[in-house]
Design a protein around this ligand. Structure first.
Ligand SMILES: Nc1nc2c(ncn2[C@@H]2O[C@H](COP(=O)(O)OP(=O)(O)OP(=O)(O)O)[C@@H](O)[C@H]2O)c(=O)[nH]1
Length: 325
């Protein structure tokens, strides 16, 4: 039997006191079996995490009044809230011997009493299996939209996300820009340093990209060594600044292998959303700008509005082994 509150499970009060409700003197849960049965049945009706937390929040009001509930699963980047945060809180780490299943925080304007904490813990036992199933479902869905090598979004995710973001940006009159990024002379990286090194470069380049963008922006693998970065609420000038930051950050990477140290560079084309743009036209303009960047020596950023004027090229364009490093 899995315990929702593994040995380190605990209820914490806001004033730093720690209560161990399952200690010898702690009260036992006092919940009617039909409440548990009903809750358990309802929780089994969905695999969607947000729905699951909503059902749990609504249903447990029958046993304990709470103002708000927060569910946090940092490894999967999940943060869900119901109701509102309040002065007092009780938090639980849900952990079985195999799985970490997240942290739940219950909020209330008045202190939780010990018998209420015991009831919350009794109710939590119904959440464990549905929550584990929902987390697995969430992970499977996320994997279906991710490039397995780099962790960037894949083409399926790109089509879904970019078309939705374009629609939203148009409806709310917001800016949206994209960057099309291609690593320069990547074939030489594979040929001279091996495919393993090529893979390493791809992974590190994606980390550089994601380090330079906001959480609301997204990076997708468009093809082999080509990436599309979606910048929400970014106008052309802002997008060019981010693109330049990414270009420099990739150019600063160093990879040491048997044949010395490798430096890579990237060319970037940028396009910003216009009123009559479709996803295809936005991508085509970024692609054309990327083509100009390649043509004018690589390791530079070109905007779709600025395709005739290439950046000054004082940078290294070819990955070079440097045996002295
Ligand atoms: N290691 C590795 N290589 C890949 C992967 N996907 C594509 N490639 C390689 O990326 C290279 C792309 O080569 P090209 O299209 O000629 O482009 P390039 O050498 O980067 O030249 P420019 O784009 O003109 O600067 C090919 O050799 C592909 O095999 C991958 O997942 N891993």
């Amino acid at each position: 039997m899995v315990s929702p509150l593994h040995s380190n499970g605990r209820a914490e009060l806001r004033d730093e006191k720690v209560v161990m409700p399952f200690g010898d003197l702690a009260p036992r849960p006092d919940i009617r079996p039909e409440v548990l049965l009903k809750l358990s049945g309802k929780l089994q009706t969905t695999l969607e995490l947000s729905q699951l937390i909503e059902i749990f929040f609504t249903e447990i009001q029958q046993a304990v009044l709470i103002d708000g509930l927060t569910f946090n699963h940092a490894p999967n980047n999940i943060l869900l809230s119901q109701g509102k945060a309040s002065v007092h809180s009780a938090s639980y780490r849900l952990q079985t011997q195999q799985d970490y299943m997240g942290d739940l925080m219950f909020h209330r304007s008045t202190r939780f009493r010990e018998h209420e904490l015991a009831n919350i813990e009794g109710l939590l036992s119904t959440l464990v299996y549905p929550l584990r199933n929902a987390l697995r479902y969430h992970e499977a869905l996320a994997a279906a939209f991710r490039d397995p090598l780099t962790g960037a979004g894949n083409r399926v995710a790109l089509d879904k996300t970019l078309s939705r973001e374009i629609e939203l940006a148009k409806r709310h009159g917001q800016d949206l820009s994209i960057l099309m990024l291609d690593l320069d002379h990547f074939k030489r990286v594979n040929d001279e340093f091996g495919h393993g090194m090529g893979d390493r470069v791809l992974k590190e380049a994606v980390l550089s990209m994601t380090d330079c963008i906001r959480q609301t922006d997204m990076c997708f693998r468009y093809g082999g060594e080509e990436f599309l970065i979606m910048l929400s609420s970014a106008e052309e000038a802002g997008a060019l600044r981010i693109a330049e930051r990414i270009r420099m950050s990739i150019n600063e990477l160093r990879f040491t292998g048997d044949k010395g140290t490798l430096q890579v560079s990237a060319s970037i084309g940028c396009s910003s959303l216009k009123g009559d743009d479709s996803m295809e036209s936005l991508i085509t303009r970024a692609d054309e700008a990327l083509y100009v960047a390649k043509k004018h020596g690589r390791n530079c950023v070109i905007s779709d509005c600025d395709m005739a004027i290439p950046e000054p090229l004082d940078k290294q364009t070819v990955p070079t082994p440097n045996p002295n490093r």
